[in-house]
Each structure stands twice: as C-alpha cells, then as structure tokens.
Design a protein around this ligand. Sequence first.
Ligand code: SF4
Length: 308
Amino acid sequence: MIKLSFYKTGEYIIICPMINYDEPLYRPPSEANSLIIQATLGCSHNRCTFCEMYKSKSYIEREIEDVEAEIESMSSYGKIRRVFIADGDAMALPADKLLRILIKLNTTFPSLQRVSIYANPGNLLKKTPEELKSLSEAGLTLLYLGIESGSDLILKKINKGALFSHQKEAIIKAMANGIDVSATIITGLGGKEFWHEHIEESARLVSEAAPTFLSTLSLMISPLTSEPFISAFENGFEQQTDAGMLEEEKLLISLIDPPRKIIFRSNHASNALALRGTLPGDREKLVEKIDSALSGEIAVRPEWMRGL
Ligand code: SF4
C-alpha cells in the first residue's frame, strides 16, 4: 500500500512506507503520481542564490546497492507506471550508475512507462551523446531542467553555474539523444529593474532550444536566501507585483517562436494564475487569459494558497 503525505510543496507526494526518505523531498508538479526514488541526496551545485531547497543537505551519491534494494522492496506494490529519480540533480550520477538504476526499475516494474529526473546543464553536458542515448534506450524519458532565465546577466547574478549557451546546448543535446526536456523559467527573477532583459532572453533561449515542455514558476524569496540573492543586485532588488509577473508571463508567451510545438504549463503552486496550452498555437488564448486576470475579470490564486 502506498500512503499520501502532505509535505513541502503544498501538494501531495507519494510516500512509500517501505522507503526511509531523506527530507526535505521535492518533485515537480507533474510527478504527483510517481514513485520517488532518491538516488542522490541534495544538489551537487547547491549554489543558486534564490534556491533554499537543499541548503540543509550535503550532496551525496547513495550506494547503488542500497538504491537497488529500495526499488526491490517496492516490487509487490502493485502497478508502478511512473518513477521520479531524486534529489536535486540526480543526473550528476555517472552514466553507469544511472543505467543500473534504470535496468533495476525496468525489471522490477513491468508496467513502467516513464522515468524522469532533475538535471542541471553542467552535469547534463558532461554526459557524452552515447551515454545519453544509452540512458534513453534504458527508459529515461524526461529531464527536468531549471533554466530559470535566458539572460546571462541574471544567470550570473543568481550563480546558476551556466549561461545561455550552456542551457541551449544542454537542451538540444538531451533531445537529440532521445530524452524529452521539461524546462522551467522563474518569473520575477530580474525584479523590476531587469525584467525585460530577463524575459526577452528567456524567450530567445526557449525559441532556439525548443524543449518539449516549458513551465513557469514565480519567484518566492525565503528568509534563508534573501541576503545572497538580493546582494547581487547592486541597485537593490525591487520585487515584482502579481501584475508585474503576469506581464512577464504575457511577454514571454508573446515572444516565444519555436520551430516545433512546445507544451506550456504554468501550474506550479507558486503561480498566481494557472495556464496550459501549446506554443505557438495557443498564444492568443493564453494572452487573453492573462489579460482577463490583469483586468480582474478572473481571480488569481490567493497568496495564502501559494507555495514552493
Ligand atoms: S536551483 Fe537547482 S541547481 Fe540550483 S541549487 Fe537549487 S536544486 Fe541546485
């Protein structure tokens, strides 16, 4: 039996009683029905100034035998169709270890349809095309990549450890080798001073790299990260209002012009307005919905219901 636990993201996470999770535990909104397997703990980068997710943990690669035993312990738990490999950037694991995990997942769960993982551009680019292809063939279907911004100015300020060129190369490389990419951009990240630069460069990056999925999150500054984050903005950081972030979303959607269809979602718990559609096909419909929210015609999610 799998139980549901209410933790951290403001949404339910499937917590298996057979697995002793190392908390805090995070997963993307679209992995709400996935079994989470922690192959690594924490984040190998852990230096993005806005991010508090894994500040309480040191990065560790778990013993592969322990991960395999954990997967085995789930063998009698009915039909597992989706697995999410955590923590923050489990793609940092060497390809041979990831392959062992994928093989174990496939042999343990005959109904398995999708395996996904968090990645960052640095550890994705360290993998060779051959390694990515073999991971894809072993069942790794989807990478979640927090690109956050396409602007080099913002990427340096937030200490992302990757610039526009790295982000673009990472997305294209993964997709060329058979792995879908779900990329995220954080609205509000440039504050009121740099929002045009942030959004225009993000739209250019998304248009040129054309990930399979794109989603947006809204910036939420926590007390733990506010000092390092804000100190990078020499003139101070004036936070965007809800309306400002909706204007950012509107400009982003208006500017994205990809060579192939991108599935767009803005369903994260941090967002004031949930949006879904494809780009560029649904551009007008999405912009209309944002305009309705800006004019007060439709309600935005109350602040007390938002979270990370
Ligand atoms: S945003 Fe991602 S890469 Fe950056 S510190 Fe947080 S988990 Fe790590």
